[in-house]
Design a protein around this ligand. Sequence first.
Ligand SMILES: C[S@@+](CC[C@H](N)C(=O)[O-])C[C@H]1O[C@@H](n2cnc3c(N)ncnc32)[C@H](O)[C@@H]1O
Length: 124
Amino acid sequence: MKDVWKLPAIAPWEKSCGKHPTQKPLSVLTRLILASTKPNAWILDPFTGSSTTGIAANLANRRFLGIDQEEDFLKISIERKLEIENAKIASSYRKKLQGFNDKKELELFLLQEPQVEYQKEIKI
Ligand SMILES: C[S@@+](CC[C@H](N)C(=O)[O-])C[C@H]1O[C@@H](n2cnc3c(N)ncnc32)[C@H](O)[C@@H]1O
């Protein structure tokens, strides 16, 4: 991986549930999440907009909590989340994501990632 990433702009299918004015490409957030988290990690975006971070997180088998002050953006976020609860749609999105060598690379990578067990309680 190089230190300058060249990834394409947002594709029309990424706006299937509506538009957010500063929406980022899923490919960028997916790369960031894979580079910095492990499977099942919790990811928080307190200014979530249309929740591209959350969609990338869930597509990559990470958990997500998003917060936004605008109800309309939260409605788009919920629509996007419901959309990828359909396993066929989620799989098709993983295949469409740019930045991988081929269509199957992301799904194969996710299958091979070592699973992490998180502590259920924190001892103080
Ligand atoms: C620049 S957008 C970022 C969206 C998303 N995180 C992204 O990277 O595409 C910032 C979002 O923060 C929300 N926001 C701004 N101030 C906020 C606040 N005080 N509490 C919650 N959300 C806020 C806006 O409604 C907007 O959707």
